[in-house]
Design a protein around this ligand. Sequence first.
Ligand code: SF4
Length: 101
Amino acid sequence: MATHVTVDADRCTGCGLCIPVCPNNLFVAGPALNSRGEQPVLMVDAQYCLNKLDCVAICPHDALIPADAVESNVAGAFYWMGRQIGKASRLIPPRLRKDQP
Ligand code: SF4
């Protein structure tokens, strides 16, 4: 099975939120530091990725890119796009949002 998630080491802060959500425990703390001196995660045994994308959903820094999912999995692509739209909507001041009292 192809790798469905790619780690962007420069975006990853090494917070570790993705580690427990992976059903196959594919994420570990990486051996190298990124450009900000943080320790990004590394995906090991990527061939066992189940393409659940829970890691992508939980990452607060958009450091996990569902590269193959965007190309080959329509649901994954829509999921990822919805997440981007959700983040963008948070940039709207609360007084301008309809969902605010
Ligand atoms: S959740 Fe995102 S920022 Fe945190 S360790 Fe995982 S990839 Fe890095």
